[in-house]
Structures are given as structure tokens and as C-alpha cells.
Design a binder for this molecule. Structure first.
Ligand code: ADP
Ligand code: MG
Ligand code: MG
Length: 887
């Protein structure tokens, strides 16, 4: 039978799967000899059993008994013992940190008798009754599902009666009265009495923590953060230490470096005479951690020493929770801290310079997603006309503009209509998660850099300004007022700068971030500051290690030039259909309406020089680098007027309808398809409309010849879309070869062009061995391959039912976003293997949106593709991930 319970002395930081992050790190700190209150951890495996069967696994109770007995003998007192109670916290803690998402119950073990024992032992009656009411409150809310507001309201009532707005003014008598009130609330709302048996309290709390894994907000958070749904949470039982034993006690949180900038120093918040959650909840105003030096120098020095020990041990920035009980410092939690994208790059390079990590490790310490965040635009530096409302704390960087909304419901509603919103709250709590996801940015008037809003926003990479204390936020009234009496109502546009903390009225213009300016070549590494330097160092190392090349999807010279500046090694997908739009639509219409060979030829002849110019520009921008050009793919009716509109026009005109319109309507009707994505498109078009592909191939060949004659070095690759059978490819290839030879003879210039195909139909993947006989390269078109493998119409399913599928856990992320390794990925593997078997030098790449998705880039590396191709702006992200995949 598996072991379900580990003492803190038995675990270590690498057992996160089993003990969760919190438990594994409590064990690690215990073993480092740091002052951690003793305790033990119930494994996530036990939780999974509970979630699956509705009851704890057999044998768990025995194991818990043994570990509890050991804890009791270590502490010299029994759980809830009436004259001197051992109290414990029951804390959730999953493998991945989910701040505030799941539950924790403090002070377990108190009842009407032991509260007296606690009062006697501590000599502090007020403390004892405060602890007791906290237990009933947390237990009621978490374990018995009582609405937490009822308790809060009761506390507010007592404060009001006292004429105070601070918990600190409440007396032992007040808390004693609250205990009675809370018990009555529990009895009324939960239909049962608050359990007085300490062990029953503990067991119920453990089960509640297990169950909190599936709380709606936890489910939503996991989806957002792509945390698997079935991990479960571990539960930590930890002897209580008390920060609420007077002014020589307190509780706090700290980072070993600034999580926003990466700067070294003392960052954190401290609250005297308080217990755990008071800090994060933002209900009382904390003081900066540096103040602790004045309040309790010995504990402060010890804390700094421990922070250094932790940094050196974890070789990374850590965040910690600590409590001081009457001058004695206790460590309650640590983990490698969440940080902003900029801090991640800076810290990685600082640690490299400190000799704590090596160069490979700096690439592991950052992600493509973080780099993407650093490429977000920011507010223009010249802000002459805009009105600054206030400045709060720069909690999570970025520039966000949107309409102010004051509730999660409104945020979700307006965002659902495609509007940009900024969620404005006094402080956020875990129930605001959906609103934070929907909003462009988050603004709060209370709480520090470790408040809920700040931590969660940083985790999501969402712009956040917190603790803007000058703002008076009236959530119910749907407005806030700023200094000077400016009132902002729901729907008014505001702009928030998460990098500086500034809040503006109205829409502030945005500009390129320094990192983008660096990639653009507008900002040198020397002038770019330490962030640009860090990005530069990481990118250099990633490029040196990458096996995959990164190309760009681009169909015009400007994008191609930018892609090249961003480090693209060529173009992996140049779509030609964009070249048929605008003024050229008419020529396409002519082509389709042509009644004979001559008419068709005339239309094609008119299109050809236009296409040639397009290609010449792109070849020039990508001189010396490969340019993969895909021949026209979408169904032709996409270039014709809309069927309904045209029908109406013709019908309205009656007998007087223009002859051309009537012919057009006939053609549109003829070309109309029920399932255009499965219809006349790609290679099928090339085979059905004579001369169409030929015209494109000629334009490519002539453009290349012209560039070559002008001293350029064009490297065209011709790509045939939607091939399902080698016979299709052969037919097109033979025609293309003939045209290439033709142009060679006519111009006297020889520009070799590879001819290859997209693999975007399951049949193509399954017959890749045959297709490779006729193809010099494959490019996996994983958008279509995902549609055709799953039978999902990309244009329809996402809106129709993907959110339900995500809810049900059928997939953790849309297969259009991250390549489905098991299904679509298997087809890719088959095609790679069979293709290379037939043609060992077959060149392999992927175009399609997945080429810029970090996870999918790793897949492409694993299956041994030669390159990925993505949008120009994603090129640096893909380069970084290509390097990371190889490390
Ligand atoms: P979260 O994961 O939401 O941070 P925690 O399990 O860390 O939840 O606990 C919530 C709060 O209670 C934290 O501030 C923590 O430091 C405090 N806390 C947890 N266990 C103890 C304990 N044994 N003694 C004192 N405070 C505790
Ligand atoms: Mg915690
Ligand atoms: Mg396609």
C-alpha cells in the first residue's frame, strides 16, 4: 500500500508531485535546519483517491493517527488538549501554486474548553477568543460552505458598535460574543453545530481541502494556467504559531528580490499582531518589510539571513511567508517566487553572473510566453495631453486601456461583446478571477505587491496597478473618484500603466516596448538598459543551442523585412491568396467568368505581372534565404461577391439587372459549396482551373530570374496545398517543372526552385512515403490537419462548444492553439518517418499557428523537423523556445 503521509522531516523539494509545492518546500526548509513548526503532509495521491471515490483511502486514518501522535509528543501536548491545546493549521498545497484558490483552516483544535486553556497558557484572553472565532469563521466558510460574508458582516457590526474600523480595537469580550454569534450562524446556515471534537475538526478540514481542488475558481484558474485537472492537492497539517499574540508578534510575506523588476533588496509586507491571511487579504494596512528592522531587529536580521540561505539553496528568487511569535521567527512557506517577465530575464542573468546557475539554465528560467509579454506595446513616453489621475503600485507591467468596470459580472459581459475593460476594485478576491481573465488590466485601491490582485495578475501576465490609495472606489455605485474630484463612471475609458503604476483618464497612445525596439534594431544592446541586455544574452544562448530554424509567415515585403530583423531564417509560408484581393478582385472575377480559353488567358496574363512584382519584393527582403510560396489555396468564391447580397441586388433590379451581375450570380451559385473547407480548393483548384497554378509558377520563376539578374540571391520553394494523393502532386509538379524550364530558356537564368507539398490531410500523412517520391519538402499545415483529424471546423467549433470541452477536461487547451501530440502529432510523426525513409534529405517544417506556440515548438523539435514558421512578431518567441527545446 502506498505511503500517504510524510512527516516534514521525510520529504524534500523534489517530491512536489506527491507532497505539493508547499509540503515539499516545508520539508526542504525543515531539513535545511530552518525554523519550521513541525507537521506532516498527506499526499496528493490520497486526494485523488478521495476525489475519485468520495472517501479517503483505506489506511489513511491509521497513518494520520501515527503522525499526529508523533507531532503531539514532539510538541508535548495533544491536539485540542483542554488545559494546553496543540493547535494545527490544515493547509492545501498542490504541485503548482494556485494562490488563494484553495482552502486553509487555521487554529484547528479549539473548542469551548481548550480556548480557556489557550487563554491561560498564553496569558492573553483576547488572543484566545480571537483565534477561536477565526477557526469557526474559516471552518464555517471552508468546510461547511457557509457564506463568508455573514461572518464578515457580524465582525463589522461589532466594530460599528465600538465606533472603530480596526480589528485591533476589539476586546476579548467582543470576540467571545462573536464566537457565540458565529456558532449561531453555523447552526442556522449549515444545519449542524460547529464540531467541538478536535480530531473531527481536523478530519473534516482535510476532506474539505481535498474537495477544494474542484472549487469552480480553482477549476478556472487551472484552465487559465494550463494546470492539469487531475493532479489533486496535498494537505499539510502544521503546528500553529501565533502572530496575533501582541505587538511583539506579527506575520508577513517577503520576496528575496523585487518580483516586478528583479532588483535585489528587501521586498515584502509586514503586519504586527496579526494572523496569516490578514496580510494577503489586504483588510488591514501592512507596513513595508524594511520597517521590521525598527520593530524587531533580531528577527529582521535572522529573516534576511534565512532569505539568503534560501536563494543560494534554491538558486533562484524565492517568496516566503513567516510569522513572529513573541520575538521568535517561524518560516511557514517558501517557493520559487512568481515574477514578472522582465524580472525573470533579469534575475536569470544576475544569477548567472553570481555563478549560481549556468548559461543553459538562464534559458530554462525564462519562457517564450514571458518574452511575448515583454514585446507588448507600452504607453508613449510623451504624454502631453493626457490627464493623470493618480499613481498606484506597479504590480504587473504592461499598458492597458479600456472602459472602467466595477464587477466581475460586468467585466465578463462587456468583454464578451468584444470591448476592452479595466476591472476596478477596492481589492480583488479569488471570486474575481473570471473578471480578471476577461479584463485588459486590473486596478485596485488597496493592497500591496503581494495582494491577491498583484499575485494573480503577475501570474497571468496581466497589467495591474494596485494599492492606488488616493482613489475612492465605490463598487456598488459603479464609480471611483480621484484626487481633485474627478469622477470616473462605469464605461469611462481609463489607461493604466503597470510598469510605472500611473493611472490616466482617457485613452493613452501606445508605442513599441524597448525589447521590440531592440529586435527592430532601433535600440542597441548598450543603450537598452539591463532588461534588453538580459534578453540579448538569453537569445544569443538560445540561438546557439537551437536545432530548429525559425521562419516567418509573410506575404509582403514589409512583414518579410521585419521578420528578418526579428531573426527569421526565411519564409516558411507565403500565402498567395492575399495577392488576389483589392483591385485585383476584378481580374479574378474575369478569370472565373471567362467563357473561353482566350478570356481566361487574358485574365491570367493580366494577373501575372502583378504577382511577379509581389514576389520580387519578397525575394529582395529575404535575399539569400528560402522563401516558401504556397500556390493559391482558398475556394475561388471567396474572391467573389457574397451570394445573398448579389441575389438581392439582382432580384431588386428585376429585368433590368446588369448582364454582368447576372453572370456573376450564376457563377457564384455554381461555385457555392456546403462545406467549402472540404471542397474545391488547394491543389484541386490547380487541377480544375487550367493555367491558374501555371501563372503563379511563372510569376515566381520570372521574379527569381529578375532578382538573380539584378545581382540578388532568391531562394524560392514552391508549395502545393491540400494534397491528399501523390498523383495530384505529380500532375502539378510536372506542369511546374515545364514552366521553370521554359523560363530558364527564355531568360537564360537558372534559379533552382524546390517543389514540395503541404501535409494537411490525414491521407497525406498516412501516404507520406508515396508523396515523398514527388516532394522535395513537406510543410505540415497543422491548422487544416487539426480540422481534418478531429473533424472540427475551426470557424465554428471554438464558439460553439470548446468552452464546454475545456470545462469537461476533454482537452486542457484548444488543439488549434497547442498541437495535439497524441492525434495530430502522431500523424506528423508517421509522415516524418515515412517521408525521410523514402527521401533522407527531405526538408521538413511546420507552418500554421502552432509554429509560434511554445509547447508546439517543443514538439517540432522532438519529432526532428528542420524549422517552424510563425508570424513575424512571434519569431523571437519561437527562437527562444527552439533553443529551450534543445537544452
Ligand atoms: P495559501 O496557500 O493560500 O497561502 P496557506 O496554507 O499558506 O494558504 O495559509 C494561509 C495563511 O495562514 C498564510 O498566511 C500562512 O502563513 C498562515 N498559516 C498557515 N499555517 C500556519 C501555522 N501553522 N501557523 C501560523 N500561521 C499559519
Ligand atoms: Mg501561503
Ligand atoms: Mg491549409
Amino acid at each position: 500500500m502506498p505511503k500517504f503521509v510524510y512527516d516534514f522531516t521525510e520529504g524534500n523539494k523534489d517530491l512536489k508531485d506527491l507532497l505539493g509545492g508547499k509540503g515539499a518546500n516545508l520539508a526542504e526548509m525543515t531539513n535545511l535546519g530552518l525554523p519550521v513548526p513541525p507537521g506532516f503532509t498527506i499526499t496528493a495521491e490520497a486526494c485523488r483517491h478521495y476525489l475519485e471515490h468520495g472517501n479517503p483511502p483505506e489506511g489513511l486514518a491509521d497513518e494520520v493517527n501515527r503522525h499526529l501522535a508523533a507531532l503531539e509528543s514532539a510538541m508535548g501536548k495533544k491536539l485540542g488538549q483542554s488545559d494546553d491545546p496543540l493547535l494545527v493549521s490544515v493547509r492545501s498545497g498542490a504541485k503548482f501554486s494556485m494562490p488563494g484558490m484553495m482552502e486553509t483552516v487555521l487554529n484547528v483544535g479549539l473548542n469551548d474548553e481548550s480556548v480557556l486553556g489557550l487563554a491561560a497558557q498564553s496569558g492573553d484572553e483576547r488572543f484566545a477568543w480571537d483565534s477561536y472565532r477565526r477557526l469557526i469563521q474559516m471552518f464555517g466558510k471552508t468546510v461547511l460552505d457557509v457564506d463568508g460574508d455573514l461572518f464578515e458582516d457580524a465582525v463589522e457590526d461589532v466594530k460599528r458598535a465600538r465606533g472603530s474600523d480596526d480589528d485591533a480595537d476589539l476586546t476579548a469580550e467582543d470576540f467571545k460574543a462573536l464566537v457565540d454569534r458565529f456558532k449561531a450562524i453555523v447552526r442556522e446556515k449549515a444545519g449542524r453545530d460547529f464540531p467541538t471534537d478536535p480530531r473531527e475538526q481536523m478530519d473534516l478540514a482535510v476532506e474539505a481541502v481535498f474537495g477544494s481542488w474542484n472549487a469552480p475558481r480553482a477549476v478556472l484558474y487551472r484552465r487559465q494556467e494550463r494546470i492539469p485537472v487531475d493532479l489533486g492537492t496535498a494537505v499539510n497539517i502544521c503546528a500553529m504559531v501565533f502572530g496575533n499574540l501582541g505587538m511583539d508578534s506579527g506575520t508577513g510575506v517577503a520576496f528575496t528580490r523585487d518580483p516586478a523588476s528583479g532588483q535585489q533588496g528587501v521586498y515584502g509586507d509586514y503586519l504586527q499582531n496579526a494572523q496569516g491571511e490578514d496580510v494577503v487579504a489586504g483588510i488591514r494596512n501592512t507596513v513595508p518589510l524594511t520597517e521590521l528592522e525598527r520593530i524587531d531587529k533580531a528577527s529582521y536580521d535572522r529573516l534576511l539571513e534565512i532569505m539568503e540561505t534560501l536563494e543560494n539553496h534554491y538558486r533562484d528568487m524565492c517568496d516566503i511567508e513567516f510569522t513572529i511569535e513573541r520575538g521568535k521567527l517561524w518560516m511557514l512557506q517558501t517557493r520559487v517566487g512568481k515574477r514578472t517577465a522582465a524580472a525573470a530575464f533579469r534575475i536569470a542573468c544576475q544569477l548567472l553572473d553570481q555563478g549560481l546557475i549556468d548559461a543553459d539554465e538562464i534559458a530554462r528560467r525564462v519562457t517564450g510566453g514571458q518574452l511575448a509579454q515583454l514585446m507588448f506595446p507600452r504607453f508613449a513616453s510623451r504624454l502631453d495631453d493626457v490627464q493623470k489621475l493618480t499613481k498606484g503600485m506597479n504590480a504587473s507591467p504592461g499598458a492597458a486601456v479600456g472602459k472602467a468596470v466595477f464587477s466581475t459580472e460586468r467585466a465578463v459581459e462587456l468583454a464578451g461583446r468584444g470591448e476592452d475593460v479595466i476591472l476596478v476594485r477596492r481589492e480583488t478576491n479569488p471570486d474575481d478571477l473570471a473578471g480578471m481573465v476577461a479584463a485588459k488590466g486590473v486596478l485596485t485601491s488597496r493592497g500591496g505587491k503581494t495582494s491577491h490582485a498583484a499575485v494573480v495578475a503577475r501570474g497571468m501576465g496581466k497589467t495591474c496597478v494596485c494599492g492606488a490609495e488616493e482613489l475612492d472606489v465605490d463598487v456598488k455605485g459603479g464609480q471611483f473618484t480621484a484626487p481633485g474630484g474627478v469622477t470616473v463612471n462605469e464605461g469611462d475609458v481609463i489607461s493604466i500603466d503597470g510598469t510605472s503604476g500611473d493611472v490616466y483618464l482617457g485613452e493613452v497612445p501606445v508605442e513599441n516596448s524597448p525589447v521590440v525596439q531592440y529586435f527592430e534594431g532601433e535600440l542597441s544592446v548598450e543603450d537598452g538598459g539591463d532588461l534588453v541586455k538580459a534578453v540579448h544574452r538569453v537569445m544569443e544562448h538560445a540561438d546557439a543551442r537551437a536545432a530548429l530554424k525559425v521562419r516567418a509567415n509573410s506575404d509582403n515585403p514589409e512583414d518579410s523585412a521585419r521578420a528578418r530583423r526579428f531573426g527569421a531564417a526565411g519564409i516558411g509560408l507565403c500565402r498567395t491568396e492575399h495577392m488576389f484581393l483589392g483591385d485585383r478582385r476584378q481580374l479574378v472575377e474575369q478569370l472565373i467568368l471567362a467563357e473561353d480559353e482566350a478570356g481566361r488567358k487574358a485574365a491570367l496574363d493580366a494577373l501575372e505581372p502583378l504577382q511577379r512584382q509581389d514576389f520580387e519584393g519578397i525575394f529582395a527582403a529575404m535575399d539569400g534565404l528560402p522563401v516558401t510560396i504556397r500556390l493559391i489555396d482558398p475556394p475561388l468564391h471567396e474572391f467573389l461577391p457574397d451570394l445573398t447580397e448579389l441575389s438581392v441586388r439582382v432580384a431588386l433590379a428585376g429585368g433590368k439587372a446588369d448582364a454582368k451581375d447576372r453572370r456573376l450570380l450564376e457563377a457564384v451559385n455554381r461555385l457555392h459549396e456546403q462545406n467549402p473547407m472540404l471542397g474545391l480548393r488547394g491543389v484541386r483548384l490547380g487541377l480544375v482551373i487550367p493555367g491558374l497554378f501555371g501563372m503563379q509558377v511563372r510569376a515566381i520563376a520570372e521574379a527569381a530570374a529578375a532578382r538573380r539578374s539584378a545581382g540578388g540571391d532568391p531562394r524560392p520553394e514552391i508549395m502545393i496545398p491540400l494534397v491528399g494523393a501523390v498523383q495530384e502532386l505529380e500532375a502539378v509538379r510536372d506542369e511546374a517543372r515545364a514552366i521553370l524550364a521554359d523560363v530558364r530558356t527564355a531568360t537564360g537564368v537558372d534559379v533552382p526552385a524546390l517543389i514540395g507539398t503541404m501535409i494537411e490531410l490525414p491521407r497525406a500523412a498516412l501516404t507520406a512515403g508515396q508523396i515523398a517520391e514527388a516532394a522535395e519538402f513537406f510543410s505540415f499545415g497543422t491548422n487544416d490537419l487539426t480540422q481534418t483529424t478531429w473533424g472540427f471546423s475551426r470557424d465554428d467549433v471554438e464558439a460553439a462548444f470548446f468552452s464546454r470541452y475545456l470545462d469537461l477536461g476533454i482537452f486542457g487547451v484548444s488543439p488549434f492553439e497547442t498541437l495535439d501530440r497524441d492525434g495530430v502529432g502522431r500523424l506528423v510523426r508517421i509522415a516524418v518517418e515515412e517521408g525521410r525513409r523514402v527521401r533522407p534529405d527531405l526538408h521538413l517544417g511546420i507552418c500554421g499557428e502552432h509554429g509560434g506556440d511554445p509547447d508546439s515548438v517543443h514538439f517540432c523539435h522532438d519529432v526532428g523537423l528542420d524549422y517552424v514558421s510563425c508570424s513575424p512578431f512571434r519569431v523571437p518567441v519561437a527562437r527562444l523556445e527552439a533553443g529551450r527545446a534543445a537544452i
